[in-house]
Design a protein around this ligand. Structure first.
Ligand code: DC
Length: 212
């Protein structure tokens, strides 16, 4: 069983999904980290993240793992390496290719079958787990999202905002796995809310629905 948390970059999905999983005793799945692993490997192997064939065969060639808060590619920890601005940009590029998405979705379904999970991403409620009993669409104003990212990385807010606009456009316009609000999703706008406030709201919904 999966609680799905989808939404744009900087909406607070990672903090909220991690905290919610801890509160409910579920396992946390960061699906974006998997696209980041494909992107990092493309950059390391000299494969073009914009070339569908190269990115897809890269995605199919690596084994992505999660262990105790660490993200692993073929058993090697890459937790920090996948968070650089270069990898962030390349992750957005590789994630448009249907072959990359198919490889990631297959792996995500295999992982969450062991449930219960809190999974966060863009297409968890719409593609990966459409029968999820609790779907959250977590969003926040573009300015607040950019400010949160800038505070994490020390980057300039206006630069983050510009890059974010590009990625938002790519996320919502791509043909496969686009960022869409599922019909039965609960939308939460986290602008001005603390992570704890969002977590307790979702935990309340999970308990109301008998999931925890
Ligand atoms: O959430 P994030 O910033 O770590 O995601 C990295 C990239 O992967 C981002 O450009 C969107 C993409 N992504 C996706 O296409 N589908 C997902 N389920 C999760 C992330």
């Amino acid at each position: 069983m999966v609680i799905a948390i989808d939404g744009p970059a900087g909406a607070g999905k990672s903090t909220v999904a991690r905290g919610l999983a801890e509160e409910l005793g579920f396992t946390y799945l960061d699906s974006g980290a998997m696209y980041r692993c494909v992107a990092l490997t493309c950059l390391e192997w000299g494969a073009d993240p914009n070339a569908s064939g190269e990115a897809t065969s890269t995605a199919e060639s690596i084994e992505i793992g999660f262990d105790d808060g660490e993200v692993l590619i073929d058993g090697v920890p890459v937790t920090d390496e996948i968070r650089t601005p270069e990898v962030t940009e390349a992750a957005s590029q590789v994630s448009v290719h249907p072959g990359v998405r198919e490889a990631m979705v297959t792996e995500q379904r295999r992982l969450i079958a062991a449930g219960p999970f809190v999974a966060e991403g863009r297409d968890i409620a719409t593609v990966v787990s459409p029968d999820s009993p609790l779907k959250i669409f977590l969003t926040a104003s573009p300015e607040e999202r950019a400010e949160r990212r800038a505070a994490q990385t020390g980057a300039d807010v206006s630069e983050v905002l510009a890059a974010q606009e590009d990625r938002d456009r790519r996320d919502s316009e791509r043909e496969h796995g686009a960022l869409l609000v599922a019909d039965d999703a609960v939308t939460i706008d986290s602008t001005g809310l603390t992570p704890d406030e969002v977590i307790s709201r979702i935990a309340g919904l999970a308990r109301e629905r008998g999931l925890a």
